[in-house]
Write a protein that binds this ligand. Structure first.
Ligand code: GUN
Length: 299
């Protein structure tokens, strides 16, 4: 039987609706959540992301503060800006778009953001809180994956989860979140032995390796839920000379014939990331003001 397709675009729209409802509640109490985004340099892909973030932030009723800095901005200037944003009561979330130019230390910038305003969840304090199962700000992409998994499964407890990929942004926090929800978790990576057989034992298979269509149907346990975090551009000569298309880390055609449910690329995890950034901003704003957190928008 063909897998259920998990519609990330529709899911993200429901997340944004919940965020907007909570923003309206906060505004009724005289608080408008604000998200500050810092972009250093002119990377075209980053500019598109930042523009989308700003647009969606305004659409849910929050304030958006964009700080676009030239590529030759010094590290000290970026750190000084973060200091100002940390102290600004109108700002509840701060994100510095990565990658930053080579002369700026990414870890220094990430760890300069006040942990309670760290809507990316990359600050070392938030990483440690999540790793020890405590309340923290959670990275947006794994949070989006978790929301989709919780929607599909009434309980994740006791399920076998395999996360393919060990990045700090997706693989490691994803594993921590699944463990917190009582899955039996394995992180697989490029050195894992017999990775195919390991994946075939997974009730939940999360692919976050950045290798186009690496995971085929033969790797998938019948009925498993497959979450594809990959976004890879590959040549598509069938569409014409020089044309490209987007694919995930999962070979959708073969995997969807075996899985119980699967996220497509595009239209799966991708749209959830910015929706979760908005969710994190409203969560941060509620926590900073000592108010109740929005329901269903946190880990
Ligand atoms: N660049 C690509 N993805 C991300 C993200 O999730 N957060 C930040 N800050 N930069 C990114």
């Amino acid at each position: 039987m063909a897998a259920e397709i998990i519609d990330g675009k529709a899911f993200a729209a429901t997340v944004r609706e919940k965020v907007a409802a909570h923003v309206a509640q906060l505004k009724a109490q005289g608080i408008t959540p604000g998200l500050a985004v810092i972009l250093v340099g002119e990377d075209p892909a980053s500019e598109v992301y930042v523009r989308n973030k700003g647009k969606q932030t305004l659409e849910v009723g929050m304030n958006s503060f964009e700080h676009k800095l030239p590529a030759d901005t010094s590290e000290a200037e970026v750190l000084a800006l973060i200091e100002r944003l940390n102290a600004d009561p109108a700002v509840h979330g701060i994100l510095c778009q990565l990658p930053v130019p080579d002369h700026i230390d990414e870890a220094k910038v990430t760890n300069a953001i006040a942990p309670e305003k760290d809507v990316d969840g990359f600050h070392i304090s938030n990483v440690g809180l999540l790793a020890t199962g405590q309340k923290s700000m959670v990275p947006c992409t794994p949070l989006g994956c978790l929301m989709m998994l919780r929607e599909r499964h009434s309980s994740l407890s006791g399920l076998n989860a395999v996360v393919v990929g060990r990045s700090n942004i997706v693989g490691k926090p994803m594993a921590a979140l699944l463990l917190k929800d009582s899955c039996t978790v394995t992180i697989a990576h490029s050195r894992t032995r017999d990775i195919e057989a390991l994946c075939r034992q997974a009730d939940i298979l999360v692919a976050a390796v950045g290798r186009p269509e690496m995971i085929t149907g033969e790797w998938v346990k019948p009925g498993a839920t497959v979450i594809d975090v990959g976004i890879n551009r590959i040549p598509a000569p069938e569409r014409g000379e020089g044309k490209m298309r987007l694919v995930g880390d999962v070979d959708f055609a073969s995997a969807s014939a075996v899985a119980g449910a699967i996220t497509p690329v595009p239209g799966g995890v991708g749209p959830m990331t910015i929706a979760c950034l908005l969710a994190n901003t409203v969560t941060a704003c509620s926590r900073i003001n000592g108010l109740e957190e929005p329901e269903g928008l946190t880990a």
